[in-house]
Design a protein around this ligand. Sequence first.
Ligand code: FPP
Ligand code: MG
Length: 349
Amino acid sequence: MNVAKTMNPMGPSSENCTPSAKERFAHALTLVPEIAQVEARIRSTFRSDVVLMREIPDYLLTLGGKRIRPILSLLCSKALGAEEITPDIIDISAGIELIHMATLMHDDIIDQSPVRRHQPSPYAKFGTPATLLSGDFLLTRAFGLCSKLDQEIIEATEQACIELVEGEALETLLHQDEHSVQKSLTIATRKTASLFKLSAFCAAHLTDSTEETTKAMSLFGEALGIAFQIIDDILDVTSNEATLGKRPGLDIFERKPSLVNMLWLESGDPLAKRLLVAPDPRTEGEYVERALVALRDGPVIQKTKALARQYADAATKELAKALGNDLHNLTPEGEALFAVIDFALERVL
Ligand code: FPP
Ligand code: MG
């Protein structure tokens, strides 16, 4: 939903120059300069007399990333009326990003992924034992930050981490296990949406929101996270190496139960059947190329986009509810949250 027409924080706009979702997202970032404090808090946890336990986390953090989870918790806090960003919000935002970093380290080991954020993954650069232990280190640091907060935050963080592990455990390969579109959505809910939901929940909880608002914010975060994962699955097919930071078609090559792969199998396309067979190194490159040509701009991608839109719409509805359904009087941060949803969708539409 482009609420920029009702309120444009980038300045006056004429009919023809409504800012794009990308511009509105860039503007959103300027509303949360506290992200620098979150970054400093994250770095402050990289303390160890074992050099690798400082070096590997620092390597991953320096590779970049959108920092979408802490940006969400900061924007949600302000949109819900926080007059200032308290140390508690900084701590939980840093903790959530630390958990995310730990999952990426472990995930690259599981997927044996050589590339992360356009560069050698920590696993490729430092090997399995050191990367595995760095993930453990970051997860422990995250719980150090979170354990200073109240019981509800601790329990919600525990629940999100359990869901992350369960989501990853459910994501067995297509030729090893039976999957369905529904199971793929369950995986996305647990392995991706859990931290988005936690970011939004913590912001609502720490700004003393009502139970109803906290629920709506949490559902907003969850639906946005699912939309993000579906969009990631689409980009794996439709984007290119320069944008993705890794080769396109990896979900096909890795036989992942992504939404695109599940809908492709469901379509009955004979080419999709090979997803159910382990990759053959001699002919796999050619198969992935043929699969990408068959899928790009075809009905399977259109169907996946429709699903992403459905979750983005659910996120919009819950966000509007959390912000009191008063779209004509949004704060700049409230508007920025709608821009995050639009920006996610604009990457694939
Ligand atoms: C990326 O998926 C993976 C995740 C979002 C979750 C990974 C979760 C774990 C490894 C469980 C460990 C949990 C904790 C709490 C440390 P992807 O492979 O589809 O995406 P990618 O292309 O970015 O690798
Ligand atoms: Mg992976």
